[in-house]
Design a protein around this ligand. Structure first.
Ligand code: PLZ
Length: 448
């Protein structure tokens, strides 16, 4: 069912029905299940979320990067309906299904590199990450895994161990999985190794990382390095140019599996199918999830056939992995991105977002850094441009709250919580995008 693509406020936000539902949520659901915005969805289509009070909000969050092709895209809904009538589940281990196999073939050809590849499916991003690590360990016979500062890889035991930020993801939930090592990430705006230009940042962080892997972990012990080509939850950090390639080259020379975690960056978000394509790197394994399933829970590990086949029969899988309804939805998502050239659209959306964010530079004093690629753009806000002191939680909350009250859903990100990240559908209509950006720009301007 399509909803007019316009922002429309009927009540204050949250409205009375959302407030009523939230009282029930609070009574029925534990506080640990975080609540970012106090509204309850009734339906959603394209770039609009309609709440239970009938308010229509522009969605710059898309369920945390899940609806790149927009909410309830008709082709995706039709594919789900069709498959739901044919077969919802037999478990792929018991009897196989066509959508799983076809989708594996599609991802094998879409992912970077023309070597032989294979794909397995799971249900969530964290599970894809877990499986990629299992595969890398079996393929190499090694145990150590290297991840980076500001990384996010999930909330399971291994996922949260790989994730960098302690609060809220890890606090009090240890002991963590063993054999996980963390290295600095080449974050040009806040270079951890003292580089004062992007080039110097890449060189310094790379030298440090390589030395650390060689001297303190030992490359012969490292099964895999896992990296987000652009860090998502960590603050949309675009690594300094050359850093990713340098790490990948070191991995290739040392028999280490390089895993690109494309769960947030993939499916056109950063202007290409996979963000790693812009780094000139062919990863050994790629994890995807989120926008792959277009709203259905689905994740994948795609990689070199010889690595994927290193695991013995029965060593990979799960009851629901590659559920036929989710796989059919994914096939429709991929087809839509291709048919409508949504990769170009993603880059156009990004340009419009960049222009709006740049307009803030002259009018406010809190813009620290504007960054991103394709439609994966963000602004890092600071209370002092000289010291780069992150903008405080009260001001950040005021920005997201003002946006929401004016009918725009935005998300923050970043280790210091001071990044506004934008995740609109990559096919959002330009007028709607401009309308939403206008709201965001005034909300930020009001803070300084
Ligand atoms: N890898 C790069 O971005 C999920 C997390 C939201 P799951 N990011 C959103 C939250 O607060 O839990 C993510 C990611 C990257 C892995 C994951 C994990 O994906 O599907 O949430 O398990």
């Amino acid at each position: 069912m399509s909803i007019p693509q316009e922002r429309k406020l009927l009540t204050e936000i949250p409205g009375p029905k959302s407030r009523e539902w939230f009282a029930r949520r609070t009574a029925a659901v534990p506080v640990g299940v975080g609540a970012i915005h106090p509204i309850v969805t009734a339906r959603a289509s394209g770039s609009i979320v309609e709440d239970v009070d009938g308010n229509r909000l522009i969605d710059f969050a898309t369920g945390i990067a899940v609806l790149n092709v927009g909410h309830t895209a008709p082709e995706v809904v039709a594919a789900i309906q069709k498959q739901a009538e044919l077969d919802t589940h037999t478990c792929f281990h018991v009897t196989a299904n066509e959508p799983y196999i076809e989708l594996a073939e599609r991802l094998n050809s879409l992912t970077p590199g023309d070597h032989a590849k294979k794909t397995m499916f799971a249900n969530s991003g964290a599970e894809a990450v877990e499986n990629a690590v299992k595969i890398a360990r079996l393929a190499t016979g090694r145990t150590a895994i290297v991840a980076f500062d500001h990384a996010f890889h999930g909330r399971t035991l291994l996922g949260m161990t790989l994730t960098a930020k302690v609060m809220p993801y890890k606090q009090g939930m240890g002991p963590f999985a063993p054999e996980v090592y963390r290295l600095p990430f080449a974050y040009p705006y806040r270079c951890p190794c003292g580089g004062d230009t992007p080039e110097a940042c890449a060189a310094a962080c790379l030298a440090y990382a390589v030395d650390e892997m060689h001297k303190h972990i030992g490359e012969e012990n490292i099964a895999a390095v896992i990296m987000e080509p652009i860090q998502g939850e960590g603050g949309f950090i675009v690594p300094a140019p050359g850093f990713v390639k340098g790490i990948a080259d070191f991995c290739a020379a040392s028999g280490i599996v390089f895993i690109a975690d494309e769960i947030q960056t993939g499916m056109g978000r950063a202007g290409r199918w996979y963000a790693i394509e812009d780094e000139g790197v062919v990863p050994d394994l790629v994890t995807t999830a989120k926008s792959l399933g277009g709203g259905m829970p689905l994740s994948a590990v795609t990689g070199r056939a010889e690595l994927m086949d290193a695991v013995h029969p029965g060593g990979l899988g799960g009851t629901y992995g590659g559920n036929p309804v989710a796989a059919a939805a994914a096939l429709a998502v991929l087809e839509k991105i291709e048919r409508e050239d949504l990769l170009s659209s993603s880059r156009r959306v990004g340009e419009a977002v960049f222009a709006a964010l740049r307009s803030l530079e002259g009018t406010t004093s809190i813009v620290g850094d504007i960054r991103g690629r394709g439609a994966m753009c963000a602004v890092e806000l600071v209370s002092d441009r000289e010291t780069k002191e992150p903008l405080g939680a009260d001001a950040m909350n005021a920005i997201t709250r003002t946006c929401l009250e004016n009918g725009v859903i935005v998300l923050t990100a970043g280790t210091y919580g001071n990044v506004i990240r934008l995740l609109p559908p990559i096919n959002i209509d330009d007028a709607l995008l401009q309308d939403g950006l206008g709201v965001l720009v005034s909300a930020i301007t009001a803070q300084g």
